[in-house]
Structure formats: structure tokens, C-alpha cells
Design a protein around this ligand. Structure first.
Ligand code: C2E
Ligand code: CA
Ligand code: CA
Length: 563
């Protein structure tokens, strides 16, 4: 009788006990394992056919037919066959042929059944392990590998010492937030899912693309495949059902790219470098693709330092307010001024351009704006206490504040605390880039008006909804952006024509207008001819420290720079 306890059977089972994590691993091991027992079990040929129907856990299904073992000198035709069926229509079939001129005995058939069952259990276990692993390493929405898989995969490449053949690409979808907001999160999910499916076709063996949460996708690709990939990930058309209609959206991506320099690069740092390059694309260059440079790294490090040091800097009163006069062109009298913040750090005066955009992107700007408002109210209070007639001071407020439902109350509590007459304050706001929150802006402006605080629209003409904004918004002042003033001396230029119509419209609507960034007497003269008589710019003064503006106010300083 055939026994399954021989030394060869022990070797057979041992050969299948290797660290197998997938069905493919097991199928690759079976031929070698069968080699140990084929002789004593009279096996001439061993065939396996696996048919797994697609299901929710296994959307692709599985269908293979493979000869696992075959002797070179022919085999008998009377196969012993077994079909093991599982859920649905899935099945695994085995056909075992004897060696030439041999016929299976009943004993042989019993032993073969035993062997087949054991093989089936081993294969089934490998498939289950594979599915569990896959689930832990897969992003559910897109079915792409997830962050954990990406980390494991890249570390494996690191162990092989071949990372210098690879590039990391960190990508983010353009306007995804807008899609989510305007078309709903279901549409957003459809976009991510479909986009993920497209990405799944863009990587080959030894490469990987993963979803890093949200609309972030990270690829590790062989250097030679990067440019093709970058071309393929933008301009992707995705149909999205919106109600009963289908709309085709074109999805574009922005990427930060880091080609790894060393074979054993620190993978977390490499991902970080691709990420900060993407950040640079978003905040600075607005390019589709930004390749890592050490300048970008230095900028990102500085940004991190600023973010982590900001609250300490506030507490240490390192932020100082400067005041730039707004001058009446016809009389030279100072009509008001704008509060502009500077950062005094380690004896250095840092200009807003170096820190405001960073604080804006982290939402920390709101704390700074209130800090400036406090200082301004204090300074106005000091003027009053010292018998100086105050001028109106405008304070810049970021649009981030519009998310604050108690904004006007918060502003008023500062005004009340310092016992300031609200008429000495003005709040400068910029137009929105998209125009979507102008309703909130409108009620904010009305609320401030009712408390006697004026508002102005800063950088007018550079935003989105300039003209419709004028109609609905009850602001007191329009500040014409410097970019219009720059070209104003060009007599036939478009800026001049546009500016003159804006000015007549704004004044027609009863609003005050002020030109900022005026540097020459010629510009001022032309502005005055267009009925814009309030001017702020280097022509008169740069932003001045508190002491300087205070002495100018105390002596009733009058500018004489008309010619
Ligand atoms: P802004 O509000 O448009 O302020 C005007 C900027 O133009 C100021 O730069 C001012 O110094 C500059 N400027 C004025 N006249 C001239 C001129 O004739 N020629 C030139 N080339 N420049 C002129 P600054 O002070 O560097 O501020 C830059 C920006 O930083 C401001 O632009 C504003 O957006 C922001 N900012 C400054 N302080 C604050 C603040 O307290 N809160 C917020 N949210 N933003 C602030
Ligand atoms: Ca301003
Ligand atoms: Ca401005």
C-alpha cells in the first residue's frame, strides 16, 4: 500500500512550507515539491486548473491551468481527476496521470486524493494570506497600494541597493477641493477612484504608485519612465454622474519630483523632498512639475522654522508695526496711513513677503492680524493721550478671518478694550481668488459699517470679481493695485484706459479711491487728473516706524512733492 509517511513525502511537504505569501509563490513551489515524490508515487504528469470567479474581495478573479510536473519519457492516459468546488462557481481541478505502462490502483487513488486535499489546503491558505495582506496594503477607494505598501516596497528597493535608479514623484490633483465643494463628495470619490484606476496602468514591474490619502498620489518609478508618467497624469478625462447628467471632467495633476541620488537613500527624506517640491509648485511657481533643488529644501526648512517659532515671536513682541502715510495730493496733508507689519528677529528686520505667505498657508495669519490690530489700537490711544489728533489707520485682514463667525465681535472687543473711536480704524480686505465667499464678505462689511468701522478692498483689479463686487459690497474705499499705477505713464496703454474707467465708476458709486505704490510725481499727477487724489507710495514715504509717523503728525507735516 502507498504510504504518505516516507522521507520523500516529508521533503515534499517541507518544500511547500517556505514563507509563502501568495498563490503564485505556492504554484511556483509545487513542481519542485512534486519532484521528491513523483518517482515513488508513479506520477507521470500532474495538472492543476484553478478557476476563481470575480467577487467583491477578488474583483479580478483568477484563472490558470498549469502542468506542474511531467516526466520526459511519456505518461499513461488514464488520469485520476478530482474537482474541488468552493463558493460560487469557483473550483480547483487536479488531473494526475501515471507513468507510462502503469495503471492507478485503488490504493494509489486513495493516496492521491489525500495528496490533492493537502495541496488544496496549502493553496487555499496561501490565497487567504494573500488577500489579508493585500487588504492591509491596499487603499480601499482606489484599490491602489497604500502608504504602508509603498513604504515596504521602497525599503525593499533600498535593501537591494538600487534606489539611485529610481525617482519619487509626489502628485496632487489641481482643483480637487473645488470639485468636492461644488459637485459633492460622491463626485470627488468617483474622480479619485477613476484616476486611481488610470494610475494603476502606469507602472511596470519593480515600480509602484500609491495613494497617500486625499488627492495625493506618490510614485516610485525607474528614472527612464518618469517623463512618460508625467505626461500621462494630466489631461485625464473622467466622466462623473451629477444628478441625471454625466459631466466629463479633465483632471490635471501637479508634481514634485525627486530623483534619488544614492543607492541607499533615506526613503522618508526622499518622499519629503518630493513633497516639498510639490509644495513649492503650489505656493511659488504654480508649475505642473517642480524638480527638487537644495534651494527648495532651504526654503522649506526656513518655512518650518517660522511656523514653529511664530507663537514665541508673538509672545516676545518681535512683530513691529510700521505706518505708511496716505497723502492728499492737492494739499500734501496726511489723510491716513496703513499699518504694515515687520518682524524684528535677531537684529534683522524681515519683510512681510518672507513670512506672511507662510503664515497665510498655515492659517496663523489670523493671530498676527489681531496682534497688529492690538498694537494699532494702542498707538492710536497713545496719540490721543499725547494730544495728537489721530489719523485713520487701515489694518490688513486676511480672508482666512471670514471663517470666524465672531469676527466683528472679536474686532470690537479690541476696540472697546483700548477705548478707541472706531472711526480711526479701517479694515483692508482683498478680493477672493474665486469669488465663492463674497457673501460672507458682504455681511462682514455691513456689520463693521454698523459699528462705524470703514472697510477697503485692497489690491483692487487683481482678483476675481472686481466689478460685480463693487455693486454688492458697501465698502468705503477701493485701493487701486500698484500694478495699474506702474504703467500709467504709458499714454496709450491699456492700463490707463482701464484705470480711468474704474475710477469714474468707483467715484460714481460714492466710494473713495486710493492709489497705492505711486513712486513718481508724474504718476501722481496723472492719477490726480483722473480724480484720484489720495495717494500712498514711496513718492511720499516708505512705511515709517511709530516714532517717525508720530513726529510727522505732531508737527502737522505737509508733503510738498507735486512737481
Ligand atoms: P499690501 O497690503 O498691498 O501693502 C502694500 C505694500 O506695498 C507694502 O509692502 C508697502 O510697503 C509696499 N509699497 C507701498 N508703496 C510702495 C511703492 O511706492 N513702491 C513699492 N515698490 N512698494 C510700495 P510691505 O509692507 O512689504 O507689505 C507687503 C504685503 O504684506 C502687504 O501688501 C500685505 O499684503 C502684507 N501685509 C503686511 N502687513 C500685514 C498684516 O499686518 N496683516 C496681513 N494680513 N498682511 C500684511
Ligand atoms: Ca494692504
Ligand atoms: Ca495692496
Amino acid at each position: 500500500m502507498t504510504t504518505l509517511c516516507t522521507e520523500n513525502y516529508r521533503r515534499f511537504y517541507n518544500a511547500l512550507q517556505a514563507e509563502t505569501v501568495s498563490s503564485d509563490d505556492i504554484l511556483n513551489l509545487i513542481p519542485g515539491a512534486l519532484g521528491y515524490i513523483a518517482g515513488e508515487a508513479h506520477i507521470g504528469k500532474f495538472e492543476v486548473r484553478i478557476e476563481i470567479m470575480p467577487s467583491a474581495q477578488d474583483p479580478a478573479g483568477y484563472n490558470i491551468s498549469r502542468v506542474m510536473y511531467e516526466v520526459p519519457d511519456g505518461f499513461g492516459y488514464m488520469a485520476h481527476t478530482r474537482v474541488i468546488r468552493s463558493a460560487g462557481k469557483s473550483s480547483v481541478s487536479f488531473a494526475v496521470f501515471p507513468v507510462k505502462d502503469y495503471t492507478w490502483t485503488d490504493d494509489d487513488k486513495g493516496a492521491l486524493d489525500h495528496l490533492i486535499k493537502n495541496l488544496y489546503i496549502i493553496m487555499y491558505k496561501a490565497r487567504l494570506t494573500e488577500q489579508v495582506n493585500k487588504r492591509q496594503l491596499t487603499d480601499h477607494l482606489t484599490s491602489l497600494p497604500n502608504t504602508a505598501y509603498f513604504t515596504k516596497f521602497t525599503h525593499d528597493l533600498g535593501f537591494k541597493g538600487i534606489l539611485d535608479q529610481y525617482t519619487i514623484i509626489f502628485s496632487n490633483l489641481r482643483s480637487f477641493g473645488y470639485i468636492n465643494q461644488t459637485l459633492g463628495s460622491n463626485a470627488g470619490d468617483t474622480v479619485l477612484k477613476e484616476y486611481g484606476h488610470r494610475l494603476a496602468n502606469l507602472y511596470g514591474p519593480g515600480e509602484l504608485i500609491a495613494r497617500f490619502g486625499g488627492d495625493n498620489f506618490v510614485a516610485i518609478l525607474k528614472n527612464e519612465n518618469v517623463s512618460n508618467y508625467l505626461e500621462s497624469i494630466s489631461g485625464v478625462s473622467i466622466p462623473v454622474a451629477i444628478g441625471k447628467q454625466t459631466k466629463t471632467l479633465t483632471i490635471n495633476a501637479r508634481s514634485g519630483i525627486y530623483p534619488m541620488a544614492s543607492p541607499s537613500e533615506n526613503i522618508n527624506e526622499a518622499i519629503n523632498r518630493a513633497d516639498i517640491s510639490l509644495d513649492y509648485a503650489k505656493k511659488v511657481s504654480d508649475a505642473d512639475c517642480v524638480w527638487f533643488t537644495f534651494k527648495i529644501l532651504a526654503r522649506a526648512n526656513r518655512e518650518r522654522e517660522i511656523i514653529s517659532y511664530f507663537q514665541t515671536a508673538l509672545a516676545r513682541h518681535e512683530f513691529v508695526v510700521y505706518y505708511q502715510p496716505k497723502v492728499d495730493y492737492t494739499t500734501g496733508i496726511i489723510r491716513g496711513c496703513e499699518a504694515l507689519v515687520r518682524w524684528k528677529h535677531n537684529g534683522e528686520l524681515i519683510t512681510p513677503a518672507d513670512f506672511i505667505p507662510i503664515l497665510e498657508s498655515e492659517g496663523m495669519i489670523c493671530d498676527l492680524d489681531f496682534y497688529v490690530l492690538e498694537r494699532v489700537c494702542e498707538d492710536i490711544g497713545k496719540w490721543v493721550n499725547n494730544g495728537i489728533i489721530p489719523i485713520r489707520v487701515s489694518v490688513n485682514f486676511s480672508r482666512h478671518h471670514l471663517k470666524n463667525e465672531h469676527l466683528v465681535d472679536d474686532i470690537m472687543s479690541v476696540v472697546i478694550k483700548h477705548e478707541i473711536n472706531p472711526q480711526y480704524l479701517e479694515i483692508e480686505l482683498t478680493e477672493s481668488a474665486s469669488g465663492e465667499d463674497n457673501k460672507t464678505l458682504q455681511s462682514f462689511v455691513d456689520d463693521l459699517n454698523s459699528h462705524g468701522i470703514r472697510t477697503s478692498i485692497d489690491d483692487f483689479g487683481t482678483g476675481y470679481s472686481s466689478l460685480s463686487l463693487l455693486k454688492d459690497l458697501h465698502v468705503s474705499v477701493i485701493k487701486i493695485d500698484k500694478s495699474f499705477i506702474d504703467n500709467i505713464t504709458d499714454r496709450d496703454g491699456k492700463d490707463r484706459i482701464i484705470l480711468s474707467s474704474i475710477l469714474s465708476m468707483v467715484t460714481g458709486l460714492g466710494m473713495d479711491v486710493i492709489a497705492e505704490g505711486c513712486e513718481t510725481a508724474e504718476q501722481a499727477k496723472i492719477l490726480s487728473e483722473m480724480s484720484c487724489n489720495t495717494i500712498q507710495g514711496y513718492l511720499y514715504d516708505k512705511p515709517l516706524p511709530y516714532e517717525d509717523i508720530t513726529s510727522k503728525l505732531a508737527e502737522g507735516y505737509v508733503y510738498d512733492l507735486k512737481s
